[in-house]
Design a protein around this ligand. Sequence first.
Ligand code: PLP
Length: 487
Amino acid sequence: MEEDCAETGNIQRLLEEIGAGLDQYLKFEHLDALHPGYQWREYLDITLPHKGVGIEQVTQELVGQIIPNGSAVTKPGFSSFITTGATSVATLAATAANIAAPQRYGLNAFNFLEELSLQWLASMCRIPHMQGIYSSGGSVANLLALGAARQFAFEKIGHDVAANGIDRQVCVYASEESHHTIQRSAGVLGMGRRAIRTIACDSQGRIRVDELQKAITKDMKSGVLPMAIVANAGTTNTGAIDPLQAIGEIAKENAIWFHVDGAYGLPGILDERISHLYDGLALADSVIVDPHKWLGASVGVAATFVRDRQLLYRAFTQEPADYLEGAMEQEGSSPSVIEHSQDNFGIPYYDFGVELSAPCRGVVVWALIREIGVEGMIRRIRRHRDMASHIAKVAKEHPNLELLNDPTLSICCFRYVAPNIVNLNLFNQRLHRRLIRENENLPSTTQINGKLALRPCFIGARTNQLHADALLEAVLRIGRELANEIV
Ligand SMILES: Cc1ncc(COP(=O)(O)O)c(C=O)c1O
């Protein structure tokens, strides 16, 4: 093979082959990638090839060896961590962006949708007054929000922290149920992970507002700069929603930045039966939501929203670079007629976050919403919440199940119980491993007040009530078998 792959015109045919491989994958008839009989590792594990094999063979290897041995995350019975397989429309949009819009600068249809979809997402999640930026996931989305919080806190005392760095001790209030990316953000932003004040939660996993107030008063007396209060709109463990109104009011009274981590749970606002739990969201200074969690986006799509992106700009702007300045029309410069997509950078997303090169993610969110509309999203959110409620109802009533946490969103924590089981944690751990090995129902586990819980989190677009029923059936069957083994 002498060519250096300049050939074009074969995308349609090759994508058809990949598409056929993916359609087959989505039947989920294959065994798990680590099934002992599978040979793909031996096939793929070769030394650095000096000669290429060409695109036809690469396609065959993708279809024959790689796709069938992909991740279990896409399975409809996968309800483990808060991550999901892309819907078909998300896959199509992401593929289109890969080829037709490898960057999010310039003026083209993809970049138009970057902004439009952020506005759609904000409207759908009832924060239409906010401006957004996409990033790779909840981790970076939280980082950007806390970067804005840091800028805000230091600007209030006349210090440009992005330019000059941290010059005093600061603190961030987050509950013990907050995602650990909050800690990491504090480390990355130079405040140090110890800047996090971990506030206790009530029995439902919601931050204790009295404890929060106490901690703030103590820090203010000691001269530490309070930088942000982080609330959860859907904790990772149980889906708990913090009392946003009360927290927001405390934040306003003390002029502290109010951040809401809705990476998983913000779309829950679409279900009118619980939308009141989001009262107080309007007080937030920053909010994050991950379309690659509950909305079915391909992985790598999260959004941070703030009231005014100029703050993000001041927090994250790059220094000027010779190869960029002057390469496009500047705002207000002449000639001012914009008639080529490369005449202008467009909205400077690269200055609102930590990525310069980044994929166009907006087209994925646009496609998701365009395909099924807000009404379709509402139906999906309600379906998943109903599944969690159904499991809770059965767990409450069944003598061999114990409900450990009443669901708020689409997570239900429960465990198997029987009078002859001495160590319930160990028992449920064994049950969980058996469940996973069966490769149909794949929840995760968590700890609820020291009790090991089975923790299905239903977010998959292809997941429905049948999967909740199948999970219950499998837990009861395996539980019975394991309990019978105990003498
Ligand atoms: C509440 C919450 N915030 C942040 C994150 C981090 O998101 P990501 O894995 O997309 O970086 C998660 C992940 O599950 C989460 O549940």
